[in-house]
Design a protein around this ligand. Structure first.
Ligand code: HEC
Length: 202
């Protein structure tokens, strides 16, 4: 390689590295210049927390007749931190992927499985310097375009704050994390009161 070419290549690499300093480490939330969250396209490489099938928190039959799975994923580093402490570190991103379900296909005779019908995803993001209350919600369409934070007046925040078992996240539905929160004493007061009331009704 000619010395001039070596120098030019080095300059290009340096310029690229400098431009990259605005990029968040893998698994941490990334925002674009307009402040929208960039969809974490690699979430399928993260740790799988659990799946829900046709879960609904209202009596509204809007989704009746259509089966949908929800799959929840979190980056390995955040998962490891939760295992140690029973709570999420700052910059945690939890993705809930929505996917169609069916019983019809191949040799299946009974039960439902997940299909290639990807219906978008939601993210719950802990970024204490950025969001009121420490957490923000985002909804991404199937195309994965950047999304603005869902306003705090929307029901997402109230339901998660009142009913989620730990740190506004629904670990009561994540079977490997719930025992850890219990053991570490990080279950929320509102969740403990709700669980006590439920036990008393039985
Ligand atoms: C009435 C209660 C309720 C409301 C309202 C609600 N959620 Fe949730 N959310 C849940 C429950 C229960 C789970 C756990 C089960 C699951 O994973 O589907 C959950 C889980 C999640 C998760 C996985 C991470 C976590 O925090 O556990 C995300 C992401 C999420 N919801 C996003 C949203 C968004 C975005 C909205 C508003 C558009 C919203 N939720 C509104 C009850 C609610």
């Amino acid at each position: 390689m000619k010395p001039l070419l070596v120098l030019t290549t080095a300059a290009v690499l340096l310029a690229r590295a400098t431009a990259m300093t605005g990029v968040a480490p893998p698994g941490e939330p990334q925002y674009d210049a307009a402040g929208r969250m960039v969809f974490p396209a690699d979430y399928r490489d993260w740790v799988f927390l659990s799946a829900g099938l046709n879960m609904s928190y209202t009596a509204d039959p809007a989704m009746a007749g259509q089966d949908m799975f929800g799959n929840t994923f979190v980056p390995a580093a955040a998962y490891a931190a939760f295992k140690k402490t029973g709570t999420w570190p700052d910059k945690t991103v939890i993705v809930l992927e929505n996917r169609g379900g069916t019983g019809k296909g191949s040799i299946n005779k009974r039960g439902l499985f997940q299909t290639g019908d990807y219906m978008g995803a939601e993210a719950h993001v802990k970024d204490t310097a950025r969001f009121k209350g420490g957490w923000g919600f985002f909804a991404f369409g199937a195309a994965g375009a950047p999304a603005s934070e869902i306003p705090h007046s929307v029901a997402c925040y109230g339901c998660h704050e009142q009913h989620a078992a730990a740190d506004t996240t629904f670990v009561q539905f994540y079977p490997t994390l719930f025992p850890i929160a219990k053991q570490r004493g990080t279950l929320s007061q509102s969740y403990l009161a709700e669980a006590a009331a439920e036990a008393a009704r039985k």
